[in-house]
Ligand binder design. Structure first.
Ligand code: ATP
Length: 215
């Protein structure tokens, strides 16, 4: 693998391309046009062509790009770049918002896979992120070398999923559910309880505000 640098903005889009090309590959497609790719990943086709030119993949006019050779390139490059692939589980209201947000300010973190039980969602791409069924959780985590997971599932599902994540060797969980999940010492959990944060804020405003509101 050549030791060359690609622009950060391009590196940031690689997981997007990679996931979509994997989809195409699994569907038995051998080529893809930049227009088709553009519509799927929501990146304009001129940008795609420029991105691909950095790694010498010049699409042939009227043919498009070769899916397998692009995939082979991405697989190697993604492993070498310090991009952290994160998975999200539970594509409800909050999950959707996070997929859409997708850590735009950072170049090094990206949600590359999402999981849900809802068959209306699985097999689709939301905000550029493929949604997999839960029975693919372990294999995708392994294949995509995912170490960090965002949990936005209903409370009652959180611990069972956590147990699966522990077995799948995940080391970090960003827990948006209101319960405290149990994990071994080798796994780090960050809790983000939005309702609790808001209530704490309201409590502080009510009790400690310097300028209490007068009616
Ligand atoms: P939010 O709490 O994010 O606002 P919501 O109210 O739309 O979401 P929830 O019932 O909290 O919906 O479910 C969030 C998502 O988690 C849904 O898309 C749901 O299909 C999914 N989900 C539910 N149970 C599981 C499970 N066991 N494993 C994976 N995903 C699940």
């Amino acid at each position: 693998m050549a030791d060359f640098k690609i622009p950060k903005a391009t590196a940031k889009r690689l997981p997007l391309y990679y996931r979509y090309l994997t989809f195409l590959h699994n569907a038995g497609k051998q080529k893809v046009s930049s227009t088709e790719l553009s519509e799927a990943v929501k990146v304009d086709s001129a940008t795609i062509r420029r991105d691909f030119s950095y790694f010498g993949a010049l699409g042939k006019r009227g043919y498009g790009y070769d899916v397998d050779s692009l995939l082979a390139f991405f697989a190697k490059t993604l492993n070498q770049d310090h991009l952290t692939n994160v998975a999200l589980i539970g594509v409800g209201n909050l999950g959707h918002a996070l997929l859409n947000y997708n850590f735009r300010q950072t170049n090094s973190v990206r949600i590359s896979a999402a999981f849900d039980v809802n068959p209306d969602l699985t097999g689709t791409i939301q905000s550029g992120v493929p949604i997999y069924p839960m029975d693919e959780l372990e294999t995708q985590i392994k294949d995509q070398q995912i170490d960090i997971v965002i949990l936005t599932v209903p409370t009652q599902a959180a611990q069972d999923i956590t147990d699966r994540l522990i077995k799948a060797n995940v080391h970090g969980i960003l827990n948006f559910t209101p319960i405290r999940i149990s994990v071994p010492d080798t796994v780090r959990v960050q809790n983000v309880d939005l309702v609790n944060e808001l209530q704490t804020l309201i409590y502080f405003i009510d009790h400690y505000s310097n300028q209490p509101k007068t009616e």
